[in-house]
Design a protein around this ligand. Structure first.
Ligand code: DPP
Ligand code: ZN
Length: 844
């Protein structure tokens, strides 16, 4: 397979003025008629006329009405084209029913739908399928399906057909079409300039009771983008469609967002608080793409973070505004550390703007998305709130209707604020997580912080340059008062000192407040200082962080030195969770111990091979010790914070449930399952029900409840995903692979549905001690199923190979077991390009 390089970019030879498409839908033989008006690109370097096309049967082709016979080549067609404007017309045939890759036009439960990002449009018709070719689209759909949708505004419609017109020039990856037996939950929104927009959420009839929350989230998002970014919606209608079979979360197609049903459908009985929050964020994310992605798009796929990093940052801001900034920031930091740091410090590390790829679908990663969002956050911190808004205004004004690059993005900041960002640009090209080492000095009333940065080598990047790191710092007096409020130190050199004068006593520093940069802080600190910060820090992130570091260092001492649980940590934790001045959601986060994979990485960083079994046992021992020592506090919390009244997914009630459910899970370790059983019986919402069930399964009980849950929910696909996943997640290490294997034989295990496949195998990969059990059964089972899925759905397969990416951390026996599975996958004939790139990188 061919590797594509950023440095090889050349402008398209021809641009598209206008596209007309007619779809004659049929399950196995859909006909797509295209009429595309081309003109030579004055900025092009060549005149070769090439159209992408894959898995298309070409029926006929015409240039300006005259039949032509294009040369069919790998990945598309070539033609001798006029060096002047002309119209290319083609008729092709495609087979949506057999499209199991869920890319292009496919069928899900009988409904027709599309997924074109990144390079799926070429499976629909011949086209210059690259984001720097933008055009207005006219679409006509002919089908007997009752609902026929495409991008833009509706045009003529009648018995068996509908027409759509999208006036906004767009790249083909934003094309969408839906045809199915759907019903709408409808509403409307009046924009800031007074235009009325019709809003529809299209679902199968059985799901119409799960739309209200998503619709509210959409309206909030539209309002928020007007208020915070001055961005107004630009069509007469906005449609969202829920689809069961979908590789990703959702897709921002212009005016017709298509959602994985798990990312939009929610009712109190079927969705958890976490689902509601996630749905609100994804609706916002896709809606925000209308400006950051659609109106201003990417020149090429290397610039993916231009739209994704920025749009994730925007959805993070939105969630913070709707809920709690502190709680959101902590959640985002946990995700970054558990998933992005893991990627950034292993064989799959790549820059936020990668420089090469084989299959672009493999680069929709936590690095591009989440680290990409961190870069936007750092820019905002460096230029300030006002500078940020000015830069964004300039960016939209300058680039509306264009396909642009990270250079254009940074230039808007430079021109709007006068700040030189040439060093900052390294964040986009250098992979790996910077380490920031802290040294302190106190003499003659002067306190000096010396910060040193280094970034370890990553694939293809042995040497790293210093980056610009905004380090937010505050200083506390020994009595707990803040003496120096938060200020941002800009670390630009490899090593730099910052002095603070006029202090009466040696202060306690609170460094990297708000997690002001995506780095690993290396700081010598006593447990007493950490407990002090947990009690006194005014920055909520660092208050939480102090507890987190205490937990992590204590757990590492348990694993590596055979220590028992640290009573000092447990007592500090007990004071934190009992502090009624703190938000319950925040206290729930205090109670969340570092995950097993995070501990494995931390142990690996000390130069030792982590043992997942020992880590699991230590973590369980600490949980039992917390349960035993804090049972009074936990019982009080559980009882005092129960939510009464009807269920609401709003942050306040959700926070109380998060706290009581965290308490329940710990309490059950010493009390047994009665409390959880009672909660399961009484639950009138999914959050309470599934938390109780999870608690029971974790302590080896809950068989009856598991059965009752299945009987109650067997007709709800989204709920059954939880039922599948929970059993694997809660399984004891030695039983995890068997549990997963048994579930694959359950009649409802529909392995071709990505959500169901991920429910079982994502949970297996997430059960660290189970997946890494020394028998190797977890590795084998996952590899077997990935090999089974690969010929059908390469994209989901490739993504899930990441479970193996940490293999070099482990001791030789485990490494050998994982390597054998990776090599077995790599050696399989006709492996997809997606999967082969991933395992190749992991084995390199
Ligand atoms: N562009 C989608 C999203 O991130 C993913 N394909 O919203
Ligand atoms: Zn996105």
């Amino acid at each position: 397979p061919r590797t594509v390089y950023l440095r090889d970019y050349t402008p398209p030879a021809y641009l598209v003025e206008e596209v007309r498409l007619t779809f004659r839908l049929a399950p196995h033989a859909t006909r797509v008629l295209s009429e595309i008006r081309f003109r030579p690109n004055p900025d092009a370097t060549g005149r070769e006329f090439f159209l992408h096309g894959e898995q298309l049967k070409l029926i006929s082709a015409h240039v300006d009405g005259a039949p032509v016979t294009p040369e069919l080549v790998e990945g598309g067609l070539r033609l001798d084209a006029p060096d002047a404007p002309f119209t290319f017309a083609a008729e092709v045939e495609i087979d949506p029913e057999n499209n199991t890759a869920l890319e292009g036009l496919y069928r899900s439960n009988g409904m027709y739908c599309t997924q074109c990002e990144a390079e799926g449009f070429r499976k629909i018709t011949f086209y210059p399928d690259r984001p720097d070719v933008m055009a207005p689209f006219h679409v006509r759909i002919e089908s007997d399906q009752p609902v026929l949708l495409s991008n833009g505004n509706p045009g003529a419609s009648g018995e068996g057909f509908a027409e759509w017109h999208d006036p906004w020039p767009k790249p083909a990856y934003l094309f969408a079409l839906v045809a199915g037996d759907l019903v709408a939950h409808s509403d409307s929104f009046t924009t800031m300039s007074g235009r009325e927009v019709a809003l529809n959420l299209w679902v199968r009839e059985a799901d119409i009771d799960k739309c209200a929350f998503g619709m509210e989230a959409l309206k909030k998002s539209m309002k928020w983008d007007e208020e915070v970014y001055g961005r107004e919606y630009d069509l007469d209608v906005f449609n969202i469609v829920a689809v069961d079979d979908f590789n990703m979360g959702a897709m921002e197609n212009k005016g017709l967002n298509i959602f994985n049903s798990s990312a939009v459908l929610a009712s109190p009985a079927t969705a958890t608080d976490a689902d509601f929050e996630r749905i609100e964020a994804i609706i916002a994310h896709e809606y925000f793409h209308n400006w950051t992605g659609n109106r201003v798009t990417c020149r090429d796929w290397f610039q993916l973070c231009l739209k994704e990093g920025l749009t994730v940052f925007r959805d993070q801001q939105f969630t913070g505004d709707m809920r709690s900034h502190a709680v959101k920031r902590i959640g985002d930091a946990m995700l970054l550390r558990s998933a992005q740091f893991r990627e950034d410090n292993g064989p799959l590390a790549h820059p936020v703007r990668p420089e090469s790829f084989v299959e672009i679908n493999n680069f929709y990663t936590v690095t591009v998305y989440e680290k990409g969002a961190e870069l936007v956050g750092m820019l905002r911190r460096l230029v300030g709130e006002e500078g940020y808004r000015k830069a964004l205004d300039l960016y939209f004004e300058r680039h509306d209707g264009q396909a642009v690059t990270i250079e254009d993005w940074l230039r808007a900041f430079e021109d709007a604020t006068g700040r030189d960002l040439s060093q900052f640009a390294r964040w986009y090209s250098q992979a790996g997580t910077p380490r920031v080492h802290v040294a302190e000095d106190w003499s003659d009333g002067r306190y000096t912080l010396t910060l040193r940065q280094e970034t370890p080598p990553s694939p293809d990047q042995p040497e790293k340059q210093p980056v610009v790191i905004p380090v937010a710092v505050g200083l506390l007096n020994p009595n707990g008062d803040e003496v120096v409020p938060t200020q941002v130190l800009e670390l630009t050199e490899a090593e730099q000192s910052f002095a603070f004068d006029g202090l009466l006593a040696r202060p306690v520093p609170s460094i990297l407040r708000g997690f002001s940069a995506p780095v690993i802080l290396k700081q010598e600190q006593s447990d007493e200082t950490r407990a002090f910060l947990l009690a006194h820090d005014t920055d909520p992130f660092n208050k939480w962080e102090a507890g987190r570091v205490l937990a992590r260092t204590g757990l590492m001492a348990m694993v590596l030195d055979g220590d028992g649980p640290h009573a000092g940590y447990i007592d500090a934790l007990g004071r934190g969770i009992a502090d009624e001045s703190l938000d319950p959601a925040f206290r729930a986060q205090l109670l969340a111990l570092p995950g097993e994979d995070e501990l494995a990485q931390a142990i690996f960083e000390t130069g030792q091979a982590p043992d997942p079994t020992a880590i699991h046992e230590a973590r369980e021992a600490l949980r039992r010790a917390i349960s035993a020592r804090l049972d009074d506090v936990l019982i009080r919390l559980y009882e005092a914070h129960q939510v009464s009244g009807p269920y609401s997914p709003e942050a306040e009630d959700a926070g109380r449930r998060a706290l009581t459910n965290a308490a329940l899970s710990l309490l059950s370790l010493t009390e047994g399952g009665d409390r959880a059983r009672a909660q399961f019986q009484a639950a009138d919402n999914m959050t309470q029900q599934i938390a109780a069930l999870g608690t029971l399964l974790t302590i080896g009980e809950g068989e009856a409840e598991l059965k009752a849950f299945e009987d109650q929910w067997r007709h709800e696909r989204l709920v059954m995903n939880k039922w599948f996943g929970l059993q694997v997640a809660a399984a004891r290490p030695e039983a995890a692979a068997d549990t997963a294997e048994a579930l694959t034989r359950h009649p409802a295990f529909d392995w071709k549905n990505p959500n169901r496949f991920r429910a079982v195998f994502g949970a297996l990969a997430g059960n660290a001690a189970g997946f890494h059990h020394p028998s190797g059964a977890g590795y084998r089972l996952l590899a077997d199923w990935l090999l089974k899925l690969d010929p059908l759905n390469p994209q989901t397969t490739a993504r899930m190979t990441q479970a193996f990416s940490t293999w070099r951390r482990y001791a030789p026996e485990r490494q050998a077991l994982i390597r054998a599975e990776l090599e077995r996958i790599a050696g399989t004939e006709r492996l997809s390009r997606d999967t082969s790139e991933m395992v190749g990188r992991m084995l390199a």
